[in-house]
Design a binder for this molecule. Sequence first.
Ligand code: BGP
Length: 466
Amino acid sequence: MAFPRDFLWGGAVAANQCEGAYNIDGKGLSIQDVMPQGVMGPMTPQPTANNLKLEGIDFYHRYKDDIRLLAEMGFKVFRTSIAWSRIFPNGDEQEPNEAGLAFYDALFDECHKYGIEPLVTLSHYETPLHLTTEYNGWANRKLIGFYTHYATTVFTRYQHKVKYWLTFNEINSVLHHPLMSGGIFTPKNELSQQDLYQAVHHELVASAMATKVGKEIMPQAKFGCMVLSLPVYPLTPDPDDVIACMHADHKNDFFADVHVRGYYPGYMQRYFREQGIQIQFAADDAQILTNTVDFLSFSYYFSTCETAQENADSASGNLMGGVRNPHLTASEWGWQIDPQGLRYILNKYYDRYQLPLFIVENGLGAKDVLITDGAGEPTVNDDYRIQYLRAHLEQVHEAIEDGVPVMGYTTWGCIDLVSASTAQLSKRYGFIYVDREDDGKGTLSRYKKKSFYWYQNVIHSNGAEL
Ligand code: BGP
């Protein structure tokens, strides 16, 4: 089995799910610091002790040891995000927080020490809280200016350290979770479609602006968009189901279409017309949108079905769900497992865009049992995780054989961290076990799981041995 010679093997995390240190060295609050229950629960007025993200896995203080472990696995790339509120504590300042900038300098230096390329997301569900409470997040056009200033600041600072950039994590999830994804304070059930799609427009313009500015500062760097990919299959061959499926695809594809093509697709114009939505374009928005991306990156966890029938069985997922597929089994959290869906979506994206593709999240959230009574170091026998990742990598290989240019693969949560949707630590994804429980107890010690050695060999053999 051959993967491209320069294939970027690695893993991914996000600042708010691992760093902790939520109020250290001048960091301001982000929305995550007041969302103790993840995407489902309410915001609290202040950070509360039951919020695991406040301490996370203390990556802020332990990153050197953690990067060393990732390097031991042979990582070529490490995806993380910059916590916007470390750089601009409120989000709307002119002057950045030097201590925040210095932290990422040190982190990227540590990666380079081992030949690991950082892959950096500018905004991963961590809007500065002040931008949410004072401006209503991306519903407000002013966010474009604040974000552009933030992006320009970090591009300038890290231009010699980071060459792969992503603008927004899973940008399409804002349709389902306006607060977590778009920092929008208005409760979802009170938010009009008009205001929601206007917020989407602001994010799309900001993303294109960041790509434009980034290319001016770093002509050699690569800029990508990042979407939550969701293969949708018709539940039956009924043409009504196929059309329902097409509509579901359109809602999702809209985001990548604008990023790659530089303009709003006809199917979306029709949707806006029929829904009475009028997107306000400022004078140069259409021009800004023509700053298109160099590659498309995406997360992949599960597929769903779509049907025109009412009352179909539903399936859950991290931020989006759909109709249950009777042919698939699901994870402990109800996410349907479909390795072939990954080959399918890789082919679909490449057919649609003819751009290099980067799988920047994929993995299995599972409950692990730490074995502490053996002779050696405590470990986890996570054969289920190995099996999941192997099956998905086999399909990545199939897609490569199909002729799809895949730049790399970063597994989600390469070290255990706090879940985005449920805010649990017991939903573990890592090759490295972190001793911390849902009640916050634990030593924070790190232990290598069985999958650690498996992935080390996968990278060492460049995918020849899965
Ligand atoms: C994606 C997010 C990640 C990550 C992942 C797994 O939607 O980009 O931040 O958390 O899903 O989801 P969860 O943590 O809810 O299991």
